[in-house]
Design a protein around this ligand. Structure first.
Ligand SMILES: [Zn+2]
Length: 474
């Protein structure tokens, strides 16, 4: 068996240590592990082409100067100048290039970096400079907002006044998942307080657009080209709108995101959110098993047993996926009979040929498919396709049927996609203008598996906030 290292995935300090760069960019003249950016140049330049990218050859040259430095003072000087501490052990792996194979982690760059930084200045502007609303007003709105069932677990926490201090590094008191949800719902929450026709707002909505594309699972080449210009315009707008706020290294890292998507594919496929989730599980486990002699060994043993147990098909029911456990898990459900059964069969048969056999159809209160839980409800929507205008088309889940040994079927009411509302980063939806019957679709036919929720602003219009860019059809 042969293998090679494709990429080293971690947050900024850990990646920098792995690559042999300075762990904290604060002490380095060159602050980026991808290019020669200094504090001064990252304030002025907002395209990757404006910087000289680090390359294997130059990196080797810099390492040699560092290693051959005749005294520790010169070594320290070179170390600060180049932002390099030492040769990375990963260079021992075949074909590994430390300048190319340490991509940015979008969770840390956005959800624990750029977004909090931007929001801190935006909220200070509205709360302190313009007195548009108070922090109490904002917290009240955030806490009483009616989050959809798939959002509620990530409900943002209360933001403290100290979180808005310039020097605060508290990430507004939010975890990464809370921050992601806050970014989606904040435009709808703030819509009643602020006008969206301002540079301050435009700067925020442009960041949401960039995040949506960077977090997408499907990104076309055209969208990557657009992302480059969107990042450049956003950073320029940020600089002009918040002249007192310096461009921080994580904002500079944005200029490298498009080329890294080209190299590695959508970066959400390799982000640290999943690793940190598993890490949190291990931290909890270590406290529970209370055996500290050899923690990695104990945790690995315990986890392998749990994974093994999860994959055992004890009751012989259904396939057990190596990745997801049971791919389909039914919530509370009942078997249909009589007229209900015939009506369900007729609805499904309008869209899919089902055999005449005595198929049992179960009506489900919820169904979990590959880890995503779907529940019927007027405010619970899935994307079923695209409109003729290229807008994502959504449908409210009305009924969920499970046909034994076949598939789940969603009976849904198709909503009208009115427009993409750029300033809210959301799709405005409305009731269909013509009454239509229920649309029936299979989960595997949906272009994206996520559940969406619609929220109303003070105008009573309904908006579906977009957490990912879902306009690229393939
Ligand atoms: Zn750079």
């Amino acid at each position: 068996m042969r293998g090679a290292i494709l990429a080293f995935l971690a947050d900024t300090p850990a990646s920098n240590v792995g690559a042999g760069f300075k762990e904290s960019v604060g002490g380095a003249r060159k602050k980026c592990r991808h290019c020669d950016a200094t504090y001064e140049t990252m304030q002025e330049c907002f395209s990757e082409e404006d910087f000289t990218l680090r390359c294997k050859q130059d990196h080797e040259e810099q390492l040699k100067r560092l290693e051959k430095a005749p005294n520790k003072f010169l070594r320290e000087y070179y170390s600060k100048l180049f932002g390099i501490n030492e040769r990375s052990h990963l260079e021992e792996a075949p074909f590994f290039d430390v300048c190319e194979q340490f991509p940015q982690d979008i969770m840390h760059v956005f959800l624990e970096g750029v977004l909090a930084y931007k929001l801190k200045y935006l909220l200070r502007h509205y709360i302190e400079e313009e007195s548009t609303f108070s922090l109490q007003d904002l917290n009240q709105e955030i806490q009483t907002f009616s989050y959809g069932y798939s959002h509620i677990k990530d409900k943002p926490c209360i933001i403290k006044a100290t979180d808005l201090d310039r020097q605060s590094s508290s990430n507004l008191g939010q975890g990464a998942a809370n921050m992601w949800l806050l970014a989606q719902v904040l435009p709808i929450i703030l819509r009643k307080f602020v006008t969206t026709d301002s540079h301050h707002w435009e700067c925020f909505s442009s960041l949401l657009e960039i995040m949506g594309i960077a977090f997408s699972t499907r990104i076309s080449l055209e969208t990557i080209v657009y992302l480059k210009s969107a990042i450049k315009n956003h950073l320029l707008l940020f600089k002009n709108t918040f002249p007192d706020a310096p461009i921080i290294p994580k904002q500079h890292f944005l200029v490298h995101i498009p080329s890294q998507i080209l190299k590695f594919g959508p970066l959400i496929r390799s982000w640290c959110m999943r690793f940190e989730g598993k890490h949190a599980y291990f931290k909890d486990l270590a406290k529970k098993i209370k055996n500290f002699n050899n923690i990695p060994y104990s945790l690995a043993q315990k986890d392998q047993k749990v994974v093994c147990a999860e994959h055992m098909n004890v009751d012989g029911k259904g396939e057990v996926s190596l990745l997801f456990g049971r791919e389909i898990a039914l919530g509370k459900n009942k078997s249909l009979s009589g007229g209900d059964l015939e009506a369900a069969k007729a609805s499904i048969a309008r869209f899919f040929p089902i055999t005449d056999g005595p198929a049992e159809i179960r009506l489900c209160n919820s169904i979990t498919i590959n880890g995503t839980r779907y529940c019927p409800g007027i405010n619970n929507l899935v994307q079923i396709g695209y409109t003729a205008n290229g807008l994502p088309e959504f449908a409210s889940l009305v009924k969920i049927w499970y046909v034994s040994d076949a598939s789940a079927f969603f009976a849904s009411k198709v909503m009208e996609s009115v427009r993409f509302v750029e300033e809210l980063n959301a799709i405005e939806i409305d009731e269909p203008s013509l009454p239509e019957g229920l649309q029936v679709s299979r989960p595997s036919d949906l272009p994206f598996h996520q559940v969406h929720h619609s929220y109303s602003s003070e105008l009573k219009k309904k908006y579906i906030p977009l957490r990912q860019y879902i306009f690229d059809t393939d």
